[in-house]
Design a protein around this ligand. Sequence first.
Ligand SMILES: Cc1cc2nc3c(=O)[nH]c(=O)nc-3n(C[C@H](O)[C@H](O)[C@H](O)COP(=O)(O)O)c2cc1C
Length: 225
Amino acid sequence: MNISIRKIFLSVIFICLCLLFKEGIVMAEKNFITLPKPKETSSFSLEKAIAQRRSERTFINKELSLAQIGQLLWAAQGITGERNGFLLRASPSAGALYPLELYVVSKEGLFHYLVSTHQLELWIREDLRQALAQAALGQDFIASAPLCIVISAVYTRLSARYGQRGIRYAHMEAGHIAQNIHLQAVALGLGSVPVGAFVDKKVKELLNLPDEEEPLYIIPVGYIK
Ligand SMILES: Cc1cc2nc3c(=O)[nH]c(=O)nc-3n(C[C@H](O)[C@H](O)[C@H](O)COP(=O)(O)O)c2cc1C
């Protein structure tokens, strides 16, 4: 009798541990979203994208697909090559030091773009778009975009080699990344707008950015009217 009670007890513990372990894996899978492989060709010409790009602020209530989100992030910072064992990205970077980080703010929450694996990592499971619009001086179109890409800078990655000039380089690089996003958005049939007017401290706090990171740029993207 004692032995069978012990057996049942051990079995229950075993099942509980299995369930816990399984939940952990499920949680881990939910916290990382693998983005679809980006396309490197399309019938939409670069010239057409340049000609058609405008700052768009009137978004319709339509979600973007994971493929579209992945394509925008790939255009910004996707891995596009390799040199001497170092991975190179879609946008140029001084000394290939890559000081910029990308975040996605959507209805589902805040995600960090993991460049090397082309994944999104969930940081905050909460819709921060309204608060982001407030941090950007009440520019309401930010809250109506299905997606905002935020570019932040880790200046120390550049200043360690280039000193003060590294700050300039980081800003130049943010421009490269942003333009790739704007043009890719047009080629995907979407619209976007550069947003530079926001309170740095508020955006940094809202996104819970690490101490060494400074937000530089917000890019709302979506289908337009
Ligand atoms: C660095 C920078 C910051 C900008 N910040 C904002 C902004 O905070 N809000 C906004 O509505 N537009 C912003 N814009 C968009 C400009 O208003 C827009 O690019 C300009 O009017 C030219 O129009 P176009 O982009 O359609 O050619 C910004 C543009 C740049 C380049």
